[in-house]
Design a protein around this ligand. Structure first.
Ligand SMILES: Nc1ncnc2c1ncn2[C@@H]1O[C@H](COP(=O)(O)OP(=O)(O)OP(=O)(O)O)[C@@H](O)[C@H]1O
Ligand SMILES: [Mg+2]
Length: 247
């Protein structure tokens, strides 16, 4: 089966820093990949290149069998590759429901349909998506009033309105109190599973990685140092020494 994402020799330097070093990588539909690595290892850079926010100095990115290396981010998102950010990108002055209406309107524009915002959305679809991420009872609150964990959920709900095939989440649990992280991840993963969305998330919390990933890729200095089933990668000697600090 053709992988959902495939990169070939993906390379990007920032001055003397090699943020991506000839990365060959594949992700298949249905996987739940956790990317781990020290600060500055290049995890976000790789996400940024795959989603069109940065262009590589060499190498290529394929999504769903097509070369997307030189496409702008807004086109890539409409091909079915959505992302969330280390800091959620919300419309803070709008209500939770309006944020989803804006996301739905963006999807209609992609289809070439221009309508007033209120006409362009299926109310039931929005209700269902809010239900899925547990924000239905907050629909009329301003996004700015939500705590960090709920902002992450709203960010993902907005991404789901675009009907993605893949969602890449950059540190979905960062800034969330440790006692709330598991609830947040369980909600996110349940929502993605219900919508059949493949998922790749960057995560520092190894408990979360162990619990929710079906595969782990360990980033060290712009390279994939280990990649495979969680138990195997988390036992890898270099990973333990350089990432987990426990060898
Ligand atoms: N726009 C940029 N300009 C210059 N250097 C950058 C830029 N973005 C990233 N870098 C550098 O590239 C390297 C990789 O950074 P990146 O943000 O991808 O790491 P990361 O693994 O996501 O780290 P973290 O866990 O802290 O989020 C770092 O040395 C960083 O300083
Ligand atoms: Mg990062």
């Amino acid at each position: 089966m053709e992988p959902l994402v495939r990169t070939q020799g993906l390379t990007l330097h920032f001055g003397g820093v090699v943020a991506a070093d000839k990365i060959d990588f594949e992700l298949h539909a249905g996987e739940r990949l956790a990317v781990i690595g020290q600060n500055g290892a290049g995890k976000t850079t790789f996400v940024n290149i795959c989603t069109g926010f940065l262009k590589p100095s060499s190498g290529r990115v394929f999504f769903d069998g097509r070369d997307i290396t030189h496409l702008p981010a807004r086109v890539i998102v409409h091909r079915g590759l959505a992302r969330s950010f280390q800091l959620p990108q919300l419309f803070l002055e709008h209500t939770v429901r309006q944020c989803l209406e804006i996301a739905a309107a963006a999807r209609m524009r992609q289809l070439g349909v221009f309508r007033a915002l209120s006409d362009s959305v299926d109310k039931h679809e929005i209700d269902h998506t809010l239900e899925l991420v547990g924000l239905r009872d907050r629909a009329s609150l301003p996004a700015s009033s939500l705590p960090e964990g709920h902002r992450k959920l709203l960010d993902v709900a907005m991404a789901l309105m675009l009907n993605p095939k893949l969602l890449i989440m950059d540190e979905p649990t960062s800034g969330v109190a440790s006692e709330d992280k598991h609830t947040l991840m369980a909600t996110l993963m349940g929502a993605l599973e219900e919508r059949r969305v493949t998922c790749w998330f960057v995560e520092h919390d190894i408990d979360i990685v162990n619990r929710y990933a079906t595969r782990v890729a360990a980033w060290i200095a712009g390279r994939v140092a280990a990649d495979g089933p969680p138990a195997e990668v988390l036992r890898n000697e270099q990973v333990r020494r350089e990432i987990l600090g426990s060898a």
